[in-house]
Design a protein around this ligand. Structure first.
Ligand code: 6PG
Length: 292
């Protein structure tokens, strides 16, 4: 386990962007997604982006599902991956894939139709929300198959690791290089499904099955990528909002550095961007309550 040490020097800290409200945070995150996709497709012909779970991505997907961002993303060459998931089928309310299906994807894509995402009319927008991301480009952990065929969560994780290795290039240590990883922060300071003291912190496996946590909801088994992928990624953007995150943000950015206890501190480093709203940032060290 990593030992606790004092907080890093200021010049090794991440970029903290504090925005007025959750909508502004979602908008900024969606813009980072679009920019990363454009840059990666321009440079390498495809973009591999790992998304996050929890409630945070819904606002991001809502922004990506409508113009102008929908029209800015080269969807055909975007591949969407998941940093973690709950060990449930894709259509389960706890699934991290369900918001992708329900909020991000165009109905036409889901139906296997034209894939243009512009086949209907929304009264307010004049267009039907939904991104024309090909269904085949949504790479989820095969939880549904593992459950249906009783293959187990370890098989699910290992199969996903194989799929990632087959699709992505790797760094010199063999860890896959995502163009962008979006991350949420749990109330206990977890990232991905890497909880405090997690075996994932010392594992060499690219993906792991994690027993159901009892201290955070939902109390279901998880599958997660190894947090080492956060070091290998070209870009990592942390997205978090709401007053309920204020205490953990204060701890993560406090004076003691102990990533084994607060895994979110793995991305408290230069090169990572944290997009927070004022409520989540209200108790950050050095920030006056009046700022928020
Ligand atoms: C999980 C999630 C988790 C999530 C954070 C933030 O399985 O628990 O994937 O890592 O990203 O808990 O959750 P919110 O977006 O709801 O704040």
């Amino acid at each position: 386990m990593t030992q606790a040490r004092t907080a890093p020097r200021q010049d090794s800290e991440p970029a903290l962007v504090i925005l007025p409200d959750p909508a502004a945070v979602s908008r900024a995150a969606a813009e980072r997604f679009a920019a990363a996709a454009v840059a990666a497709v321009g440079a390498r012909g495809r973009a591999d982006i790992a998304t996050t779970g929890g409630s945070t991505p819904v606002g991001i997907y809502s922004q990506l599902a409508v113009p102008p961002l929908r029209d800015a993303v080269p969807w055909d060459d975007v591949h969407l991956w998941f940093g973690d998931d709950r060990y449930v089928p894709r259509d389960h309310p706890d699934s991290n894939v369900m918001p992708v299906d329900q909020v991000l994807l165009a109905a036409a894509v889901l139906a296997g139709l034209s894939g243009t995402g512009a086949t209907g009319v929304d009264v307010e927008l004049g267009i039907e929300p939904g991104a024309p991301l090909p269904v085949a480009n949504v790479h989820s952990f095969p939880c549904g198959q593992a459950i249906a065929e009783r293959l187990g969560s370890a098989w699910c994780a290992a199969t996903y690791a194989d799929a990632i290795r087959a699709a992505l290039s790797a760094d010199e240590d063999g860890w896959p290089i995502f163009d962008l990883i979006l991350l949420g922060i749990g109330p206990d300071g977890h990232v991905l499904s890497v909880f405090p003291g997690s075996p994932a912190l010392t594992s060499k496996d690219l993906a792991l099955a994690i027993p159901a946590p009892s201290h955070v909801e939902p109390h279901v088994e998880r599958v997660t990528l190894n947090p080492r992928v956060l070091d290998a990624a070209r870009e990592v953007v942390v997205v978090s909002h709401g007053a309920a995150k204020a205490d953990i943000m204060a701890t993560v950015f406090g004076g003691v550095l102990d990533p084994a206890r607060w895994p979110a501190q793995l991305v408290r480093r230069a090169g990572v961007t944290w997009l927070l709203d004022a409520a989540a940032a209200a108790r950050l060290p050095g920030r006056d309550a009046a700022d928020g």
